[in-house]
Design a protein around this ligand. Structure first.
Ligand code: ADP
Ligand code: MG
Length: 332
């Protein structure tokens, strides 16, 4: 992590004192920051460079437009990201607090998630117990239900790096080993955490609406951008794009339960083929002790045909989500 001394100062961002860097991407840096006015306390600020290299022209000096073309183009999608986030209000979605800009940068001020990425928690714990996985995935699903059913928005980039959390004071530190890996006499050494009664890991929040899209006008209940004469493929498009989030939800649930993703290959080409065919397995021994009900749910999400894939309502009504919810409420 960067030391305080190395943190940049941005003209136009005097209201905030940057405290530490929390994430960095190709075009953006995210900082934890303190509000000097005291209104928000702490927040996360995503600083995005306004201009990107004009990739349509690149450095191709042979291109006829090379001399005329601007070297850089202004990023348009960042404004869309902000516009979409502005419409959203849900406990499991990172809130947009403020938006600002100067000549060179956009500043997206976001509700701070001090727990950071869910991704790091999977790495730390190697995998999540079924209770903890349910506790996490149900919250993600509640956010998706809101996005798909109420807001008419698809996220399109659901993955552990974009799932952040607000931690409870008590965070689990270890997992029970799968039965197949436990020594007889050390059988309960790894025992931990019901997860849910204690508040689990905390409040999960979906972040990063950089690839999100409005697909349905929730006011008029019509597909976006069309007035009448809506073609069937537009209506289908809307349904298919929701199912993209459901596939990703399945990948996240799979990963939570066993600690590795359903599709992996060192060659991108092979990986792409595996995904296209929906080629995954519940790999032994890692999946041996995971309930058939959890596997059933995962398989209804990792279904290649988007028409047969579970939608958010079916997901939330699955026995693995519902029954155990009652069980854990009783146990709490
Ligand atoms: P990118 O489009 O570059 O992926 P993100 O919005 O996903 O941008 O932010 C990048 C990273 O910054 C996240 O993966 C996370 O680690 C961190 N981050 C983003 N927003 C927050 C936040 N509100 N609270 C804490 N960390 C955040
Ligand atoms: Mg991201």
């Amino acid at each position: 992590r960067e030391s305080k001394g190395k943190l940049p100062r941005y003209p136009g961002l005097e209201r905030w004192t940057l405290l530490e860097k929390m994430g960095d991407g190709a075009f953006s840096n995210v900082y934890r920051a303190k509000d000097n006015t005291g209104q928000y306390g702490e927040a996360a600020i995503k600083v995005v460079r306004k201009f990107e290299m004009n990739s349509s022209q690149g450095d191709n000096v042979l291109h006829p437009d090379f001399k005329k073309a601007p070297k850089t183009v202004e990023r348009a999608n960042i404004l869309k990201e902000v516009q979409i986030m502005r419409q959203l209000d849900h406990p499991n979605i990172v809130k947009l607090l403020d938006f600002n800009e100067n000549k060179q940068y956009y500043f997206i001020v976001l509700e701070l998630c001090p727990g950071g990425e869910l991704f790091h928690q999977i790495v730390r714990l190697t995998y999540f117990s079924e209770d903890l996985s349910r506790h996490v995935i149900t919250q993600v699903a509640k956010a998706l239900e809101y996005l798909h059913e109420d807001a008419g928005v698809v996220h399109r980039d659901i993955k552990p790096e974009n799932l952040l959390f607000y931690p409870t004071p008590f965070i689990p530190t270890r997992n029970p080993k799968p039965k197949s890996e436990q020594d007889e006499d050390k059988a309960d050494e790894g025992e931990f955490v019901k997860g849910v009664g204690s508040g689990g890991i905390g409040v999960i929040k979906i972040a990063d609406f950089g690839l999100s899209k409005v697909i349905w006008d929730s006011q008029t209940m019509t597909p976006c951008g069309t007035v009448g004469y809506t073609a069937p493929e537009i209506v289908k498009d809307e349904r298919y794009s929701k199912s993209v989030d459901m596939w990703a939800l399945g990948c996240v649930l799979y990963t939570l339960l066993c600690g590795f993703p359903p599709f992996y290959d060192e060659s991108i080409q092979t990986l792409t083929e595996k995904v296209a065919r929906g080629q995954y397995t519940f790999l032994s021994p890692w999946w041996d002790d995971i309930s058939k009900s959890a596997q059933d749910l995962v398989s209804h999400l990792l279904t290649v045909d988007p028409d047969k894939r579970y939608d958010i309502k079916q997901f939330l009504n699955h026995p693995w989500i519902k029954e155990s919810q009652e069980e854990t409420t009783a146990a709490a």
